[in-house]
Design a protein around this ligand. Structure first.
Ligand SMILES: NC(=O)c1ccc[n+]([C@@H]2O[C@H](COP(=O)([O-])OP(=O)(O)OC[C@H]3O[C@@H](n4cnc5c(N)ncnc54)[C@H](O)[C@@H]3O)[C@@H](O)[C@H]2O)c1
Length: 339
């Protein structure tokens, strides 16, 4: 399969690597608006410089391609994704589906209208840690989940578009954790209360910290707290998680999953009957492919077999509704109910 990758700087590196590692995919062309980045990446990855175009329309007119990988900043996603779908080619786009909810809905409409696949790279789903958590929850050994808490603290100095966004933490980062909540719970958000703020030392113009209480349609309550301008005691990018379940607790802390089970000691023990097993470390799931490699392989299979992907635009719009529901709750200070 031949693809055109649009945007080859920044996160484009992860996709250049994934395509070069894949035995099933080659580049038909690349698109990059910044000539210096185009020169540098042609050198670094051994790319044919004459196949790096400045705009997608030129590339589509001059090469034969089967699909487009969109790795541009969010404000360009709508234009590139809709143009590609209307040209009849499937899209694999970096998250967020789009920079705004209206743009995201326009992409879903284009995918529906054309019947062409649009998939979103929610790569955090395809990591050993998240697959390990999912496997324990799905095994039923801890019973039903009642509540989840998520704690995320990092202090990256990215520069670029993130430092200008009104809600960088929620729209560019917490989107991964919110999408994971949907993945783990197999349910969509229903009610949201949230606040965001920008600590005095923050280097972002928008709010770098937020807290949200999210009720899911299944009845599970999730509490999220995060910051992108933490000055110490950072968590991993995956965040720390705690699932309070009917028969025990699962914790993922510093990327290690542990479970502790409630012991069945019987009602005769009265007030002392809440006894627990020793905490056990759950060995990480082994994956043949992770992250971008997994997503690319899933995308190729879906195209070849005429199917879809787990994170199609039609599915991912629910992650976008959740993200922008949290933004709306922060901006209005009101409780939000999602349809
Ligand atoms: N899934 C993840 O873990 C993850 C991590 C980082 C970034 N991202 C996402 O990847 C996307 C890109 O982010 P980034 O950090 O690489 O941004 P970036 O600004 O570092 O890089 C974007 C690249 O695209 C190029 N570009 C911009 N507009 C273009 C256009 N219209 N046509 C062609 N090229 C264009 C830029 O010159 C640059 O080389 C964003 O949607 C971001 O949220 C995802």
């Amino acid at each position: 399969m031949k693809v055109i990758q649009v945007g080859i700087g920044g996160m484009g590196n992860a996709w250049l690597g994934a395509v070069q590692r894949s035995p099933k995919v080659d580049f038909a062309a690349l698109v990059e608006i910044n000539a210096a980045i185009a020169d540098q990446q042609a050198e670094a990855y051994g790319l044919d410089r004459s196949l790096i175009f400045r705009g997608l329309p030129e590339a589509l007119a001059q090469v034969d391609a089967d699909a487009v990988i969109n790795v541009t900043p969010p404000q360009f996603h709508r234009e590139i994704s809709v143009l590609t779908l209307e040209a009849g080619l499937p899209v694999l786009s970096e998250k967020p589906l789009a920079g705004t909810l209206d743009d995201a809905r326009a992409i879903v409409d284009a995918a529906e209208r054309t019947g062409v696949l649009h998939s979103v790279a929610q790569n955090y789903r395809y990591r050993p840690l998240t697959q390990t958590i999912k496997r324990v929850l799905d095994s039923g050994r801890l019973g039903a989940v009642g509540a989840v808490s998520v704690e995320f603290y990092k202090g990256p100095h990215f520069g670029g578009f993130r430092e200008e966004m009104p809600q960088p933490l929620i729209v560019d980062m917490a989107i991964h954790h919110f999408d994971l909540l949907r993945f783990f719970l197999e349910s969509d958000a229903h009610s949201i209360n949230a606040r965001s703020w920008n600590p005095p030392w923050s280097w972002y113009s928008g709010d770098a910290s937020a807290a949200a209480q999210i009720g899911f349609a299944s009845g599970v309550q999730a509490s999220y707290v995060g910051s992108w301008c933490s000055q110490a005691f950072e968590t991993s990018w995956n965040a720390n998680w705690r699932f309070d379940c009917e028969r025990g607790v699962l914790r993922a802390q510093d990327d290690v999953v542990r479970v502790q089970r409630l012991l069945d000691v019987g009602a005769d023990c009265g007030a002392l009957r809440n006894q627990h097993s020793q905490p056990e470390v759950v060995p990480p799931v082994e994956m043949a492919r992770e992250g971008q490699d997994y997503l690319l392989d899933e995308f190729v299979k879906a195209i070849n077999c005429g199917g879809s992907t787990a994170t199609s635009a039609q599915d991912n719009i629910a992650t976008m509704e959740l993200v922008f529901g949290v933004v709306r709750a922060c901006e209005t200070g009101e409780a939000i109910t999602l349809a």
